[in-house]
Design a protein around this ligand. Structure first.
Ligand code: E4P
Length: 260
């Protein structure tokens, strides 16, 4: 399992030395030291062109991130474009051009797109141009398969948001790890991809607990917030085990083999 940092926080990345990192607009704003969207908009308005300013900020932080992670930096296309294939393609190409102007090649960037039908169609076009995509907001096997069949380089099936929804709608306070619906969703997708030989990388995302991360050790990649990376690292050697696919106990080993 490759551990990926779900952050744009340069200090956290220096500390945990992940291979890749994933960002989204709120993580970029946080990394830029802006307290919220409203403040960012105010600053962007002062610059004249809000959209251009946000793109530039995204690429500025993304460029810094490419200097400290050896692998990919995921850069998200604004979710407001998620139902417009042409707009998603145009924004992805523009971000890649801005990166190129900074000397960052498209081989270092994953364009993060929502896995709507329009997003899947955008990925099909972008991948054919050599722009690799990270398909995010994956909540189902059907979305995952559609993304893989479009040739997406990577998918991000979510854990926490599924579990949160189940907890809220069923009134369940906590799930045992093996019954956690978010964990189960990622396992189902991973197993299906390996059974059918899809080359698309499966990266579990949206974690709420270290237990959920550990339950998915063995998955291709896992993107984890700095807070949870800290928790995992604090649990003697656990981060090493996650990185090296080495379950600590026979129970974990059996679980990993059975599930993946
Ligand atoms: C990662 O790529 C996602 O943006 C992230 O894991 C989403 O997590 P959330 O459900 O905490 O927003």
């Amino acid at each position: 399992t490759v551990v990926v940092a779900d952050t744009g926080d340069l200090d956290a990345i220096r500390q945990y030395q992940p291979q890749d990192c994933t960002t989204n607009p709120s993580l970029i704003l946080k990394a830029a030291g802006l307290s919220g969207y409203a403040q960012a908009l105010k600053e962007a308005q002062e610059l004249g062109d809000v959209e251009a300013a946000i793109d530039q900020l995204t690429v500025r932080i993304g460029t810094e991130l490419t200097r400290i992670v050896p692998g990919y930096v995921s850069t998200e296309v604004d979710a407001r474009l998620s139902f417009d294939t042409d707009a998603m393609i145009a924004k992805a190409r523009h971000l890649i051009e801005l990166y190129a102007a900074q000397g960052v090649g498209k081989d270092r960037i994953l364009i993060k797109l929502a896995t709507t039908w329009e997003g899947v169609e955008a990925a099909r076009v972008l991948e054919a141009e050599g722009i690799r995509c990270n398909m995010t907001l994956v909540f189902s096997l059907e979305q995952a398969v559609a993304a893989a069949q479009a040739g997406a380089y990577l998918i991000s099936p979510f854990v926490g948001r599924i579990t949160d929804w189940y907890k809220k709608s069923t009134g369940t306070a906590e799930y045992a790890t093996d019954e956690d619906p978010g964990v189960q969703s990622v396992r189902t997708i991973y197993r299906h991809f390996k059974t059918h030989g899809y080359p698309t990388v499966v990266m579990g995302a949206s974690f709420r607990s270290a237990a959920q991360v550990k339950a998915l050790a063995g998955c291709d990649r896992l993107t984890v917030s700095p807070a949870l990376l800290g928790e995992l690292a604090g649990d003697t050697g656990t981060l090493e085990r996650v990185l090296n696919d080495q379950p600590a106990t026979e129970k974990e080993a059996a679980m990993t083999e059975a599930d993946f």
